[in-house]
Design a binder for this molecule. Sequence first.
Ligand code: FES
Length: 132
Amino acid sequence: MEKPKHNRRYFLKSVFAALGIGFVVSWDKMIITHKKIKEQKFFQMSFNTNREITFHNNFVVINKEDKTKVFSSRCTHLGCKIDKSKNDQLLCPCHGSTFDLNGNATKGPAVEPLKELDFEIDELKRQIIVKV
Ligand code: FES
């Protein structure tokens, strides 16, 4: 007489194997998510709605025509810190690159746009919270 292929033992082994694989995959995703959250940094700084361009240590906040953007202040040429503007152009002090208020390079040697960053505005505290 031939044994049945799918008996109770076979069924239980399959269920435990599936649960084990699911647990390993879930655990792996939890660890990756936790690492991402842990590595994510937030910076809070004052937000002056009356100023069009504000330079903070590592960020440039553009607040024009009811639109706000935040960029890294690191020039995309060799990484000098951009800390000045003139005629709606952000000026790199090292090799003369300029960027418009959308972060696009308008004069070289830099060709890549400035890195735009996610942020939230806390209206009550008049602060901007940048996610890096
Ligand atoms: S680092 Fe900005 S132009 Fe070279």
